[in-house]
Design a protein. Structure first.
Length: 274
């Protein structure tokens, strides 16, 4: 596990499983977690490092979204207050790989926004649906950072079953916060330019797929889409990480299986004929 301080009394933990991230905000001997890692082994290591070695007690856990690869530590801290957006159950039930053993009902749910003071920082929890219906952003002005969850995956995005335009809108809202650092749901912490890089990837992927669908038969289009290299979509000067390559491949699978961007291609063709 990788542990990194990212601001005053803010520590980031990156697990081995899917490089899932948990961020700890510290108030004396108490800790609040944003997200809770992806596997029990990682969660146990987090508890050792945070609680046993640093003497902190986890009092609250905020979910950026309720998918299993961010919930593994919940059963280890059953007394912690669990906070989520109201549509948490929809997200949990509609994920690709559900792990019911990690599921605990949140005790505090909200609709649009809520704020809480934790030590030196005010955490602003804002509903920002993109990757999932329940997605939130955790804006922390005093630490000059925002926790983005899975609305970005490194310098790219992961479509899965999301509406790409909802993802785009979520990233634009993240950019409006103007924070210097962005903590993703995977990989770690990035400078703010990561949001522009993720938008570039999403837009180039869309444009490439729309172009293919407009100029090829369905079968030909599927084969060409499956072969789109990540380099064709990355922002200038960005070199793909192994994790990003893996999830780009998953994006291509989702695009073919779900006919993602087919509506965009049909609209582009309609406009060209008008």
């Amino acid at each position: 596990m990788r542990v990194q301080p990212v601001a005053e009394q803010v520590w980031m933990f990156v697990g081995d499983d899917h490089e899932s991230v948990a961020t700890a905000f510290i108030d004396g001997d108490d800790a609040l977690l944003v997200d809770a890692l992806g596997r029990t082994d990682d969660a146990l290591r987090l508890r050792q490092l945070l609680c046993e070695e640093r003497g902190k007690t986890v009092r609250a856990i905020v979910a950026t979204h309720c998918m299993s690869d961010h919930m593994a530590a919940l059963p280890l801290f059953p007394q912690a207050l669990r906070i989520a957006q109201r549509h948490y159950r929809h997200t949990f039930l509609h994920q690709n790989r559900r792990e019911d053993a990690y599921y605990l009902e949140p005790q505090l749910v909200f609709d649009h926004a809520m704020s809480l003071r934790w030590g030196a920082h005010e955490l602003r929890l804002l509903h920002n649906p993109g990757k999932t219906l329940d997605h939130i952003s955790v804006d922390v002005p005093s630490a000059d950072l925002v926790c983005a969850g899975d609305n970005i995956v490194g310098r790219i995005v992961y479509l899965s079953r999301a509406d790409p335009m909802a993802l785009r809108a979520a990233i634009l809202r993240l950019r409006e916060f103007g924070r210097g650092s962005v903590i993703g749901g995977h990989i770690g912490c990035f400078p703010a330019v990561v949001l522009d890089q993720a938008l570039h990837y999403l837009d180039r992927l869309r444009d490439t797929v729309v172009g293919i669908r407009a100029s090829a038969t369905s079968r030909q289009a599927d084969a060409r889409i499956a072969a789109i290299p990540i380099e064709a979509c990355l922002a200038p000067q960005v070199q793909a990480l192994a994790f990003e390559r893996d999830w780009h491949a998953r994006n291509l699978e989702a695009i073919v299986a779900q006919s993602v961007f087919a509506l965009d291609a049909a609209m582009a063709l309609r406009e060209a004929r008008a």
